[in-house]
Design a protein around this ligand. Sequence first.
Ligand SMILES: Cc1cc2nc3c(=O)[nH]c(=O)nc-3n(C[C@H](O)[C@H](O)[C@H](O)COP(=O)(O)OP(=O)(O)OC[C@H]3O[C@@H](n4cnc5c(N)ncnc54)[C@H](O)[C@@H]3O)c2cc1C
Length: 569
Amino acid sequence: MERMDHDIVILGSGLAGLRAALEASRVSRGRLDIGIVTKVQAMRSHSVAAEGGTAAVLYPDEGDSFESHVWDTVKGSDFLADQDAVELFVRTAPEEIRLLERWGMPWSRRADGRIAQRPFGGHEFPRATFAADKVGFHEMQTLYGALQAFPNVTFHHEWFATAILHEAGTFRGVTAIDLATGNFVVVGAKAGILATGGGGRIYGFTTHGHHSTADGLCMAYRAGLGLKDMEFVQFHPTGLVPSGILITEASRGEGGHLVNANGERFMQRYAPSKLELAPRDVVARSEIMEIQGGRGIEGPDGTACIGLDLRHLGKERILERLPQIREVTMKFLGIDPVDEPIPIRPAAHFTMGGVATDVRGATELRGLWAAGEAGCVSIHGANRLGANSTAVCLVFGRITGAEAAAYVRGWQGNGVPKEQVLAEEARVYDETLRGNGDVNPYDVRDRLQATMDENAYVFRTGESLASALRVVRGLKAEAYRNVADQERSYNTNLLHVLELGSLLDAAEILLMAAHARRESRGAHARLDAPKRDDVNWLRHSLAHRTSEGPSITYAPVRITKHPPVERKY
Ligand SMILES: Cc1cc2nc3c(=O)[nH]c(=O)nc-3n(C[C@H](O)[C@H](O)[C@H](O)COP(=O)(O)OP(=O)(O)OC[C@H]3O[C@@H](n4cnc5c(N)ncnc54)[C@H](O)[C@@H]3O)c2cc1C
């Protein structure tokens, strides 16, 4: 067992984690010892895949306003967002765009040299700031570059965090496996920031990379923290068939059309004023209704799809604004969007729920904050607007970095709770690595994902959710802690089994919360309860761990200016 200490430990090196490290370094003028624990090489974090944009109000002189961004976000959330948090987010986001600019971000430009912005779904004003269709890649490079000025930051690349250590309601550090050596490491820290991203891999058809496995959410859950609004999963309308690779919403922002087998722009039927740029929950449902109505296009693997038609944009615009989309469709399907529509359908894309925090990202554990997709502040409510996630990562990375830095000033720290460390070591090595399971964990993962794809997709029913819950509980009870590879170095087999434990826990919570919520709101569309029900369900769900499994309670939504109204686009 190795032992080390930092002032602040940050779990995750995506946009939220890097931005938090940068802010904690800036406000402490490089005096704090900061460790970043990340299970991949830092720059392979999922954020590099973000494509289309980062929302912020840059041009009030041209008609945009904070009020408009707040309203779009609250309406987009189907009124489940906490409005004080949205206000803070919207007012902070523009400065993040300018700071990134100062650190070297190559934002795309207008002809007059000013930063360009493009339309995105559910936004009344074109406020998605972008760098072609590689916004996450360039934002990550920019933050990583800015961090090089701070020698106080240590990256622990390829360290897999397994548990949060705590004592008397206070954060004490984390445990991790150094994947290169297989060593168990105990990291003591005065403060922590959880920025471990979402849980897209609970599903099989997803835009997420293989490491989005809800580890951070489940670590927090096991440490007794609440997970908020886990029933709300975003299905992105344009997942490439059959791989699920994202075709950015910017392709519709740039003017792309969605068409059915008859060549009709069917969004005219479902969202006559916003068409393809309605929010994602609306577009995803419309696509499925077209497919179920027999108007789908046959996809490359025989699955019924929708066509994303970019042909009318012309080659020049596609090459300038959507080069990655063209590259992806040509490489993965042999389809050139200059000449042919792209086959797409809704794919699991974003975890709206996450670790419950207050408006400044503080969790229920003193000294621990959560930011980015892992945290639920909550801005996105029941449906996130496109381009708001990267912005949230920047804003709440910044806020939590500053909060954590202020908290540790003058704090001596109290060491780590030894019993928790020993219990975690036993869980990882005795129960899992040397466990006596005999079921193939990869089969269990496949069955989990197939069940979720089938029963907890764009449309759900009480019956489909209950049936999925039975399957997931059955899978949890199977002896899947079966690690064939007993090597110490780079034991990805052990890693996958630990990740599977998180996927199963997160799926169980998601299904329980979804089954309990007998209404349709945002991305949670129940065929057996098709209306929003503000009287009974205008509230957040909160899942806590008990000896009998997850227990779901509810908390009020903070409404400051915008009482719920009917949502039309
Ligand atoms: C393909 C795609 C395109 C997108 N495009 C956009 C867009 O254009 N605009 C927008 O606003 N949003 C977009 N999103 C959403 C947005 O990119 C993500 O929500 C956001 O980048 C998440 O960032 P994050 O910092 O919270 O986490 P991530 O970038 O997911 O990083 C998670 C980090 O946690 C670490 N980690 C996880 N578990 C562990 C563990 N057990 N131990 C140690 N480390 C761990 C990982 O190594 C990683 O560093 C897109 C999403 C996808 C899937």
